[in-house]
Unconditional design. Structure first.
Length: 117
């Protein structure tokens, strides 16, 4: 599977953005999908994960209650709705795909989110 992340941009604190991750390949629905981010000068960190069915979802504590991950297997797209954005959410956001119980094996190129104070 190949992934393409999009939707990043500049937003003021308190604003919202929706990221998309478009996947190619016919097996999208079999993958666990995830969002990660990397802030300037920091390592990559987990943001959210969604199972192939969409029924099992996990969030990092720092985004829980503000971010919502979803997927549309018919369209091969995963989304990350980000509300109440904070300057500390500024990062390059990456989407990833992997088999259940395994490591992520495909990564998108990243999309930059900048939150101004």
């Amino acid at each position: 599977v190949q992934l393409q992340a999009s939707g990043g941009g500049l937003v003021q604190a308190g604003g919202s953005l929706r990221l998309s991750c478009a996947a190619s390949g016919r097996t999208f629905g079999r993958y666990v999908m995830g969002w990660f981010r990397q802030a300037p000068g920091k390592g990559r960190e987990f943001v959210a994960r969604i199972s192939w069915s969409g029924r099992n979802i996990y969030y990092a504590g720092s985004v829980k209650g503000r971010f919502t991950v979803s997927r549309d297997n018919a369209k091969n797209i995963m989304y990350l709705q980000m509300n109440s954005l904070k300057p500390e959410d500024t990062a390059v956001y990456y989407c990833a795909a992997g088999p259940y119980g395994g490591a992520y094996e495909a990564w998108g190129q990243g999309t930059l989110v900048t939150v101004s104070s």
